[in-house]
Each structure stands twice: as structure tokens, then as C-alpha cells.
Ligand binder design. Structure first.
Ligand code: PLP
Length: 370
């Protein structure tokens, strides 16, 4: 392997010496044995049986490029949300969309307002684009600070990234707070709401961010949601963006992969969308296991942040790195927080009851062992 630190003239300065990054990598031992995957905020349940049937029924179509507009599903989402069909587009997960949403707004030196800590992917996108980022600290409960975000907008700001519920904290904004962001973000700033955990927020009684933007925002906005989390389809890569105008969607579409979604994925997402009873079961089991994790942490004297999502974050009384490593050696994968100053935080994704048991038992033993 060539691990030279000399800059390579044909790679942009912000992309030099990136190191290898693959959070989904399975170690050789993890491929065969039991692994408690509690680090990537996946759904531990398989998708609805109807989704699996739809995949089977459409598998023979993979010799063709699909209609990347996902017309049938787009119609349904349009009918459910009131967003016109030409203001909706699809990506290989919302991750593909979020990179390109920032890209469509930002040239080197342009301003972004974003919360910190926030999902790590955003930092990579901002730095690769040489964005001038105003990092706005999240509040003590882990939610985005609406007043801080609004105050951080300046003359150079092109886009505000608002993540609710936020990752890695799990906390959401209230209806009044989303409304404030919608109304007070300057009209020449693209307001981007990442609602990857939207369904969890709704189940917990939280607001519909999209509906609030539709009702109250005069300036431009875009919202992303995903089938990865609440519909148990992370591996199929289906996310969608909805915007207030077709120009934003057309620009986004021009930046996303030409052949980014498959007929199989569209059919699967359609089946998932129509099986809301199954999606509700996912919400119920997530809430039950989340409660068990929060209670189990509390019994160890650890106070988790208030999460409505399929993950929970909590502060330890020591650096999290060695604890995360010790858990990994027991085949339990959990995550830390990437940002400086948060090295004592762990983030654990909600799993099956046996994952919860394994996590709580191992954490207690590791912490007791000092
Ligand atoms: C806040 C947030 N946005 C977007 C994503 C991307 O998810 P996907 O690409 O699977 O839709 C994630 C994944 O964990 C996330 O936490």
C-alpha cells in the first residue's frame, strides 16, 4: 500500500490523505459468528414479508436500468404529502441526496450553517466542498439549537442543514421550533431538513417537519427521508428528497447518479410503504427496546440523552474508545461520537431483545473491570 503523505497534484487539497473509511466493514470473525450490530442505526428486524415478495417478483428486471423517477411510489408520496411529483426525487439512500444537496448550493468558500455534533457524513461533505461552515453547538439535550442556527446565518450563507431528530444525539425539535426555523431562516438560504428518523419522531408524538415547511416557509426548502430506518431497508438504498420548487429537484437530479435506483428497490419500497402495519410493529419494538436500554444504563448510573429514535447516546465517566473496543472484542458493535470534546460519548443502536441483553451485560462487566 502506498501510504505517502506527499500531496498528490491530481487530487483536490481537501481530499488528500483521507485514510480508508468504511464504517460498514465486517471483520473476518464477524462474517461467520453472531455479531450484535448496534453501531449503524439499522433496523434489526427483516423487512416486511411483502417487501421480500416484491424483491423476488422484480428480480428478473435487473438486466434493465430502472425508471429512476420511481413513478408509482412518487405518486403515492405526492398524494400523502401534497408535494407535487416533479418536486420529489430519489437517491441511493438519503446519504446520496444529502451530499448532493449541499453540493448544489455550495462552491468553495460559501457558507453553511450546521449543527455540531451531527452525523459524521456531513463533515466529510462540507470539507470536501471547501465550505465555510458555521458550526452551531447542539443543546444539552442533544437537539439542534434553532436560535443559534438562525443567528449564525450571514451574508455568505447558502444553505442551512437542520437535522431533526439529530444523529448522534437522538433528540428532536418541537413543532414550534421547526416553525421558527422555517420562518426565520433568511429567504435566500436553502433550508435543508434531514428527517432520516422522521417516522420515529412521529411515533413519539413529534412534528411533521415537511408539513411545517409547506405551511410556513416563504424561502426555499428541501427535506430528505429514507426507507433505511423505519422500513428496515438499509441494504436496498432508497431515500427521497422533497422540495418547494422543481429547480432545486432538477439541480439535485443532475448531480445524483444517472442510474441510481433499481426496479427491485422501487418495488420493495412501494411494498413497504403499503404495509404500514408492519412499520408500526417496528416502531413498537424499537420503543420497547429503547426503554430497556435507557433503564439498563440508568441502573449503571449512566443518564442517556432523551432519544426518540432507533439509537441512544450516553456519556460515560471515562473515554469511550477503549470501552467500544472491548465491546467489539465481544462481538458487540457500538459507536462513539466523532467530534472533539465528546470522546466520552457512546451511541448504541436499538436491536432485538437479545442484543439489548448482550449490550447491557457486557457494558456492566467492562465498566466494573475498570
Ligand atoms: C441523520 C442521517 N441522515 C441520513 C442518513 C443516511 O441514511 P440512508 O442513506 O440509509 O438513507 C443517516 C444514516 O444513518 C443519518 O443518520
Amino acid at each position: 500500500m502506498d501510504d505517502t503523505l506527499e500531496p498528490l497534484p491530481y487530487i483536490r487539497p481537501t481530499l488528500q490523505n483521507m485514510g480508508s473509511w468504511n464504517p460498514t466493514r465486517l471483520l473476518p470473525g464477524e462474517r461467520s459468528g453472531i455479531v450484535h450490530r448496534m453501531d449503524l442505526n439499522e433496523c434489526p428486524l427483516p423487512p416486511s414479508p411483502k417487501v421480500i415478495e416484491a424483491i423476488r417478483d422484480h428480480a428478473h428486471l435487473v438486466n434493465r436500468y430502472a425508471d429512476g423517477g420511481c413513478p408509482e411510489l412518487t405518486e403515492k408520496i405526492s398524494a400523502a404529502t401534497g408535494v407535487p411529483v416533479d418536486c420529489i426525487c430519489w437517491g441511493t439512500g438519503s446519504a446520496e441526496l444529502l451530499s448532493n444537496i449541499v453540493r448544489l448550493a455550495i462552491a468553495p468558500g460559501d457558507g453553511v450553517v450546521a449543527p455540531t455534533p451531527v452525523w459524521r457524513r456531513f463533515h466529510g461533505v462540507f470539507s470536501s466542498l471547501e465550505a465555510d461552515v458555521a458550526h452551531v453547538d447542539i443543546r444539552d439535550d442533544g437537539s439542534v439549537d434553532p436560535d443559534g442556527m438562525i443567528a449564525a446565518c450571514g451574508g455568505k450563507t447558502k444553505i442551512m442543514v437542520c437535522v431533526t431528530p439529530n444523529n448522534p444525539s437522538g433528540a428532536m425539535l418541537s413543532e414550534a421550533e421547526v416553525r421558527k426555523v422555517a420562518e426565520k431562516t433568511p429567504d435566500d438560504v436553502l433550508l435543508y431538513l434531514d428527517e432520516a428518523y422522521y417516522e420515529f419522531a412521529r411515533f413519539a408524538g413529534g412534528p411533521d417537519g415537511l408539513a411545517i415547511l409547506q405551511a410556513h416557509r416563504k424561502g426555499p426548502w428541501i427535506v430528505t427521508r429514507t426507507f433505511s430506518k423505519a422500513y428496515a431497508m438499509a441494504g436496498l438504498r432508497m431515500g427521497y428528497a422533497m422540495a418547494n420548487n422543481v429547480h432545486v429537484i432538477n439541480a439535485l437530479r443532475s448531480l445524483t447518479g444517472t442510474f441510481n435506483v433499481s426496479a427491485m428497490s422501487e418495488a420493495a419500497a412501494l411494498a413497504a410503504w403499503e404495509d404500514q402495519a408492519y412499520a408500526l410493529r417496528i416502531q413498537e419494538t424499537t420503543a420497547t427496546e429503547r426503554r430497556r436500554i435507557v433503564d439498563g444504563l440508568e441502573e449503571m448510573g449512566i443518564e442517556a440523552l432523551p432519544s426518540v429514535t432507533n439509537f441512544v447516546s450516553a456519556p460515560l465517566d471515562r473515554p469511550a474508545g477503549p470501552v467500544i473496543q472491548a465491546m467489539k472484542e465481544r462481538n458487540i458493535r457500538i459507536a462513539g461520537w466523532a467530534e472533539e470534546g465528546y470522546g466520552h460519548m457512546i451511541r448504541v443502536s436499538i436491536g432485538l431483545p437479545e442484543d439489548t441483553d448482550a449490550f447491557l451485560t457486557a457494558l456492566r462487566e467492562i465498566l466494573d473491570a475498570g
